[in-house]
Design a protein around this ligand. Structure first.
Ligand code: MCA
Ligand code: AMP
Length: 461
């Protein structure tokens, strides 16, 4: 069973609060059963995953029916939305939270098991779209067994229980907000307060014991001492999705008295490495592997840093419909290649993420964005003849997307709006720089390192 909705932990009127609306488990189950009845028999179903009770009901309804749920980013433009729907074959569904399924004995509380809808733990439960270095996003297929293994490992690592109130305001179409932030609360039985947006004021007001955020959220909280002080009543602050800068760690500790715990993961692997509640926490490190996860560093002889590779029960079931891409994600001896460069402290096994192997994988505000996807979107604009996209260091976002383009008769703002409208708002370049030509090597490949330094560097010109 993936969730505690059968009442193991009792029920409360305000078990779930999303963007100001509350629901009990009973109400959530009623709405989820209606979704399950609607989607029964479908290959997959898609719902626009706004921060709402409707999205929570969709996720639970999919589990009840045994039909994979494909959350659509609410800010996705037509190109991205059509790609996800076409690629996944998901039927778009509207959720009405007030609607209750009638006479659905097949989805009674007692039937809330993995057998519901004929799906088993090894069947796909979620398909999440995420960017690679090139091309359109790929569907990452996650089984119920992987989700359950990850959430149980995290519950142990963070001593996360029904006594907790989890607070966050993260998007509900990625692992962080949806898997940890919704299914995690339902599986542990903890109360959930989703703040709608992850603003410092909303976090402060929510009065939780356990808080999740991406580094941009923590950095904004650290910049708001009053909001940060309110979090001193919490038990545990958890950061992930990107590296938490050490100064933000220290500011949070000073303002809240708590040392934030960092954890590391990927859409394809779920969360695999984490600090422990009550354990020693060092800024700039992400802790040790979760139970069941094995890691290794593929380093050159004599070197201490190299690609982090891992195996374990939380790994994805593959990229939807892309066996070659799935195979390429593994080494010959079956370890998943994260593409992250890491080091492990030989004394205590604590992991440190040093960076990404590829310049084409950008993390901005905790969102993973492939440079190739943005370049393709820019090249779709009739006035653009060349485009090269990089992530440059940014105090707020970690990295910000900067597009170098060769174009005439169009402004930077127009190109930003073009990407925001076609793909997603969060994939828009924050800066567009017009150049006479993109620097290329003899093979014609863009030399992006040159874009980050020297005459093209973001500080130049
Ligand atoms: C501005 N806006 C625009 C434009 N310019 N809209 C359209 N076109 C434009 N040209 C407006 C939007 O309407 C929107 O307005 C607002 O800008 C959104 O801007 P944005 O800058 O994106 O918001 P932000 O406040 O800067 O966002 C920071 C954030 C966000 C809240 C931290 O980046 C975020 O939620 N990040 C979380 C990412 C995440 O969950 N990643 C997990 C991946 P309005 O405000 O009115 O809507 S899973 C993962 O990584 C693994 C498994 C892991 O380890 O967790
Ligand atoms: P995504 O596929 O959106 O789930 O992004 C996964 C990527 O986020 C990883 O490959 C890392 O590059 C990055 N990431 C996640 N958590 C951390 C962390 N705690 N520190 C550094 N990078 C992280």
């Amino acid at each position: 069973m993936l969730t505690a909705l059968d009442g193991v932990y009792g029920d409360r009127k305000d078990a779930i609060c999303v963007a100001g609306r509350t629901a009990s488990y009973e109400e959530l189950l009623g709405a989820a059963r209606a979704v399950a009845a609607d989607v029964a028999g479908a290959k997959a179903f898609a719902v626009t995953a706004t921060a709402s009770l409707e999205t929570v009901a969709a996720a639970v309804g999919g589990l009840l029916a045994g039909v994979p749920f494909v959350p659509l980013p609410p800010d996705a433009g037509p190109a991205e939305r059509e790609h996800i729907l076409r690629d996944s074959g998901a039927v778009p569904v509207e959720v009405d939270f007030a609607r209750r399924a009638t006479g659905s004995s097949a989805h009674s509380s007692a039937a809330l098991t993995w057998a519901g809808g004929g799906a088993g733990p090894e069947d796909p439960a979620l398909v999440l779209y995420t960017s690679g270095t090139t091309g359109a996003p790929k569907g990452v297929v996650l089984t119920g067994a992987a989700l359950a293994a990850d959430l149980d490992a995290l519950a142990e690592a963070w001593q996360w229980s029904a006594e907790d109130t989890l607070v966050h305001g993260l998007p509900l179409f990625h692992v962080h907000g949806l898997v940890l932030g919704v299914l995690g609360a339902l599986r542990t039985g903890s109360r959930l307060v989703h703040t709608g947006r992850p603003t410092p004021a909303a976090y402060a007001e929510a009065g939780g014991s356990l808080y999740f955020g991406v580094p941009t959220v923590w950095s904004r909280i650290a910049g708001d001492p009053q909001a940060a002080a309110a979090l001193s009543r919490a038990r545990l602050l958890v950061s992930g999705s990107a590296a938490l800068p050490a100064p933000v760690f220290r500011d949070l500790e000073r303002l809240t008295g708590l040392r934030p715990v960092e954890r590391y993961g990927m859409t394809e692997t779920l969360i695999t490495v984490s600090g422990r509640a009550g354990g020693e926490v060092r800024p700039g490190t992400v802790g040790t592997p979760l139970p069941g996860i094995r890691t290794r560093i593929a380093a050159e002889p004599g070197a201490e840093i190299g690609e982090l590779q891992l195996t374990g029960p939380t790994l994805f079931a593959g990229y939807l419909g892309r066996p070659e891409a799935t195979a390429a994600a593994y080494t010959e001896d079956g370890w998943f290649r994260t593409g992250d460069i890491a080091a492990v402290d030989p004394a205590d096994g604590v992991h440190r993420i040093v960076g990404r192997a590829s310049i084409d994988m950008i993390k901005s505000g905790g969102y993973r964005i492939g440079a190739g996807e943005i370049e393709n979107a820019l090249l779709d604009h009739p006035r653009v003849s060349e485009a090269a996209v990089v992530g440059v260091p940014d105090a707020d976002l970690g990295q910000r997307i900067v597009a170098f383009v060769v174009a005439e008769g169009v402004t930077g703002a127009e190109l930003t709006d073009f990407v925001a409208a076609h793909l997603s708002v969060h994939k828009r370049p924050r800066e567009v720089r017009f150049v006479p030509a993109v620097p290329r090597n003899a093979m014609g490949k863009p030399q992006k390192k040159l874009l980050l330094t020297g005459e093209f560097g973001p500080e130049a010109g």
